[in-house]
Design a protein around this ligand. Structure first.
Ligand code: GAF
Length: 382
């Protein structure tokens, strides 16, 4: 728990409303080690939570209205109060918490609330800032109502908010990671069965780091080709007569435009399983080539990479990273590289030089350490 940061949401609440919030709830962003575009195909994913979190300071309101404010660059930005909730009623960042309140209302969580948001998950960076906001909001509204439903129910409600309110046809990866990840572990999730296993992940013990390279190319899962890829997978499953691509071993018999999509999903699921095996055998360095194969598959078969992500992965590998790949939905956002700690400086410099040589904006890089999942924060005065 970082009491100072929790207090910044609580402080902003106090500045705006003149009283302390009843509580502060927080949820992390995530890195997905491997298993991309598999979640909505009932496949396997392997995320971990990053230390960056979104915090929601909250108190109940008797009039049923939801008020929203967020701290941006130290300033408090206030959105229009929401009485009636319906898709389209809240623009921009406010759509995420409003969407969660809308879904929870349908579940009978009807009370109003004052919500003040702060956080440090980089936005549009493929690190799941929007899901961390949605999960923290869900925990806050449920907490104010004195409810503690299962994490899998919360994950499904957050998915409904994303799909039906925000309009992003996303799967279950990000919110499940934010809710369920734990420090020093990756979360091995089988989306089909809902079974989750915490697999110890301590790269530092093997002299390695997971370096996140945020390309600063912002992406939108509403406007990008994300939905089109998802529809392609659903169409392929329909043509093959199966409920999802999890039930498929290859692309044979499909129209040529669908074959690469299916090939990616089938091979990516295999890579997740192999990565878990290697981690359990303490063979960390050997996951490098699987990360690189995942990137190639996302770039060439699934076609969700972009030139900045390709340059990031290639430059990191060129400087000695054991493997690198884009993460998240794609079309921008971040890549990760598995880097021997003793050459981290060289890798960072090489990626920076490659970006400068291409005329790209400087990337933002940090080492990602598996961190705690969503929770109610303990903070003084809240
Ligand atoms: C985004 C989505 F939100 C996830 O559900 C997942 O599909 C991911 O892209 C790709 O693996 O983060």
């Amino acid at each position: 728990m970082n009491s100072t940061e929790s207090n910044s949401a609580a402080d902003a609440f106090r500045r705006l409303h003149g009283v302390a919030p009843v509580g502060v709830w927080s949820a992390p962003g995530r890195v997905n080690l491997i298993g991309e575009h598999t979640d909505y195909n009932d496949g396997f994913v392997l995320p971990f939570a990053i230390p960056h979190r979104t915090r929601v300071a909250a108190s109940p309101r008797a009039d049923g209205v939801i008020t929203l404010a967020t701290v941006q660059d130290g300033e408090i930005v206030v959105a229009e109060p929401l009485g009636e909730l319906a898709p389209g009623c809240a623009p921009g960042w406010a759509a995420y918490p409003a969407g969660v309140a809308w879904v929870l209302r349908k579940q009978g969580v009807e009370g109003g609330a004052d919500l003040v948001i702060s956080g440090d998950v980089p936005r549009g960076a493929g690190l799941s800032s929007s899901h961390s906001l949605e999960v923290a909001t869900a925990l806050a509204l449920l907490g104010l109502a004195g409810l503690s439903p299962s994490k899998s129910d919360i994950a499904k409600w957050v998915q409904q908010a994303e799909n039906d309110f925000v309009g992003a046809p996303t799967g279950l990866l990000d919110q499940t990671a934010s809710l369920c990840c734990t420090e020093a572990h990756v979360l091995f999730l089988d989306v089909r069965s809902g079974q989750a296993e915490q697999v110890p992940f301590d790269a530092a013990r093997y002299g390695l780091e997971v370096l996140v390279i945020d390309t600063r190319v912002s992406h939108s899962l509403v406007e990008s080709g994300y939905g089109e890829r998802r529809k392609g997978c659903e169409r392929a499953a329909e043509l093959l007569g199966v409920p999802s691509l999890r039930h498929v071993e290859g692309e044979a018999g499909l129209p040529s435009e669908l074959q690469p999509l299916v090939r990616h999903v089938v091979t990516e699921n295999e890579r997740v399983l192999r990565t878990v095996e290697l981690l359990k055998q303490d063979r960390y360095a050997e996951i490098g080539p699987l990360l690189s194969a995942s990137h190639a598959s996302l770039r060439d078969d699934y076609r969700v990479s972009c030139v900045e992500l390709d340059v990031a992965a290639q430059a990191a590998e060129g400087a000695g990273a054991l493997g690198a790949r884009m993460i998240g939905g794609g079309f921008g956002g971040s890549a990760i590289a598995l880097v021997p700690a003793d050459i981290r400086g060289r890798v960072v410099a090489h990626v920076e030089e490659a970006f400068a040589a291409h005329g790209f904006a400087p990337p933002r890089m940090f080492t990602a350490v598996p961190s705690a999942g969503a929770r109610r924060d303990v903070c003084s005065g809240a």
